[in-house]
Design a protein around this ligand. Structure first.
Ligand code: NAP
Length: 245
């Protein structure tokens, strides 16, 4: 059974490892190629776009794929719709592995917004020293925020446009609680901006912000394609493959 995992997340890598260890399963992970030196999953890996719905549908046929798992990041909206279209076209079963979003708890001061552009507007009224953890793509939305100072954390260095007063912290998760407390303290952060990515690997920043009484601007998730079977854990995705096989 040939399984294509659309990846780029911790869960996708874990899933590739779990499936690669199963007899009778050939696993190929697909990465977009955004990160210069990605952590590679077990099994086969291909890198780069497919060329839209048509390109992906063609790839599924040419490589005799029996099942597709969309384990991409919740904010990678285009590829999820492409996967739904291509899987339907090629008559290949599709599963989405989506980690649940984060939920605010007592003591959290969250400001949900619908986009990075709205985050840039809202953050203006919340603080002067911003910890921006939305990734290096999309920094253009904050480029006009000249009044504030930004700490941008990303895996690879961002390219302009980004805000004029920006310091870059090159780092890759998972991030622990003590480290996140230290970042907030060392850089005197007074507001945090994040996407609602969910998952444990980057959640400690939310705990650190709560402890420090720091407001969090949190970007809501984009829409997902309708009618796609969905699971929230790697174990459930492995179970789905076992049933499909
Ligand atoms: P996107 O906006 O949904 O996709 C844009 C295009 O990139 C797609 O149309 C597709 O090109 C290509 N692509 C995306 N994911 C791909 C994959 N896994 N394999 C092959 N091609 C892929 O995606 P994005 O937001 O730029 O994210 C790109 C990758 O980074 C994803 O794999 C995602 O899991 C990972 N990631 C994204 C975020 C985020 O915040 N967006 C955060 C962490 C990790 P074609 O149309 O040519 O096929």
């Amino acid at each position: 059974m040939h399984v294509l995992i659309l990846g780029g997340t911790t869960e996708a890598r874990e899933l590739a490892g779990a499936l690669h260890a199963r007899a009778g399963v050939r696993v190929t992970s697909s990465l977009a190629g955004r990160v210069a030196a990605p952590r590679l999953p077990a099994g086969e890996v291909r890198i780069g776009g497919f060329g839209g719905v048509e390109g992906l549908a063609r790839w599924l046929g040419e490589h005799q794929v029996d099942a597709v798992i969309d384990a991409t990041h919740p904010f990678a909206g285009t590829i999820s719709f492409n996967a739904a279209g291509a899987a339907a076209c090629a008559h290949v079963p599709l599963l989405a592995l989506r980690r649940p979003g984060w939920v605010a708890g007592a003591g959290d001061d969250w400001h949900p917004v619908g986009s990075l552009e709205e985050a840039a507007r809202v953050v203006r009224g919340l603080g002067g020293r911003v910890f921006l953890t939305t990734g290096r793509m999309g920094l253009a939305a904050f480029a006009d925020c000249a009044e504030q100072w930004f700490l941008v954390r990303s895996v690879d260095a961002p390219e302009p446009p980004f805000p004029p007063r920006t310091e870059v912290l090159l780092d890759r998760g998972p991030f622990g609680l003590e480290g996140e407390r230290e970042v907030l303290r060392r850089y005197a952060i007074d507001v945090l901006v994040t996407k609602d990515s969910g998952g444990a690997a980057t959640a400690p920043k939310l705990v650190a912000a709560r402890e420090a009484g720091i407001p969090v601007v949190i970007v809501r998730r984009p829409a997902v394609p309708r009618g796609v079977e969905e699971v929230a854990s790697v174990a459930d995705a492995v179970g789905w493959v076992a049933r499909e096989g």
